[in-house]
Design a protein around this ligand. Structure first.
Ligand code: ADP
Length: 273
């Protein structure tokens, strides 16, 4: 165990009394290590696109590609794509910091859950089309209201839906279901994609983690989406989790506190989860 010793002398009459203070530094060391890891990951993540931009533009500026207009356009396009990636990374990093450290005020209001989910599905349509996936909503019975920041909750839906579409085979269906319990709303986003490998499951919500590092290039992710999603859900007093069976699919679920549930009794909405 790492420790720090301090001796504190205290004169008592003619004599000196010494007190030995022992501090357990385990926690402080852990926090410092996490900070170091975070800084080195951010450094690496930001440097990778920057190196690529510098390399590509270096060829253009140096005139190396002057005789090859196609390759010149290719180099500029590569630089541009990497600028966009840098922009996304910086925005996501700032966003996650702001949410986690409660720097952004949530604009809380009562939101009808079904209408919110419909809006999220409509906003995600472009993604669904891109991956040829059909998204279906199973609304909850009654007029469940959640207390939340509309844009932030749409961001939660959008991160889960876009992942579900990205990892689904073409032609598959992604099902978003809402279920209102007595105090909480459960939102589930289910896909029939490849599932999350067992050895990766413990890291899913960590920053910059991807089960397959080639996904960054292939699918354009940053590995920050679920970390942001969890931070937003937790700021709303909610919980997020998932069930995933490799080879069969994944269900992400989010539980959010309800403002009020319709008095109308209904089989589907009254049983809780
Ligand atoms: P990104 O999507 O930008 O890579 P996320 O934080 O959203 O980052 O997701 C982290 C990783 O979790 C993904 O790279 C992927 O490996 C895994 N993952 C997330 N959602 C799913 C899903 N629905 N099916 C399979 N794997 C998933």
């Amino acid at each position: 165990v790492p420790i720090e010793l301090a001796v504190s002398p205290l004169p008592i009459g003619e004599r000196m009394r010494y007190t030995l203070i022992i501090h357990d530094l385990t926690e402080r060391h852990k926090v410092n290590r996490m900070k170091d890891e975070f800084i080195s990951t951010v450094n690496h993540e930001l440097r990778t696109p920057l190196t690529s931009i510098k390399g590509a533009l270096g060829l253009v500026v140096g005139g190396v590609l002057d005789a090859h207009p196609d390759r010149k356009v290719g180099a500029i396009t590569l630089a541009y794509d990497n600028c966009q990636r840098l922009e996304t990374l910086i925005n996501d990093l700032l966003d996650i910091g702001k949410i986690q450290y409660a720097d952004v005020e949530l604009r809380l209001q009562s939101l009808p859950a079904n209408a919110l989910a419909e809006k999220a599905l409509a906003m995600n349509q472009g993604y669904a089309d891109k991956y040829a996936v059909r998204c279906r909503l199973v609304p909850c019975a009654g007029e469940a209201l959640v207390l939340g920041d509309e844009n932030r909750l749409l961001q939660v839906f959008s991160n889960l839906l876009s992942n579900a579409c990205k990892y689904s085979p073409a032609g598959a269906e992604v099902v978003v279901s809402l279920l209102s319990g007595s105090e909480e709303l459960r939102i589930s986003v289910a896909d029939s994609g490849p599932g999350i490998p067992l050895e990766f499951q413990a890291q899913v919500f960590e920053r910059f983690t991807q089960a397959d590092s080639s996904d960054t290039r292939r699918l354009g992710g940053t590995g920050l989406g679920l970390a942001i999603t969890r931070a937003i859900v937790e700021r709303h007093g909610g919980k997020i989790g998932f069930d995933s069976i490799p080879g069969q699919g994944t269900v992400f679920y989010v539980d959010l506190p309800l403002v009020a549930v319709s008095a109308e009794p209904s089989g589907e909405s009254s049983g809780g989860f």
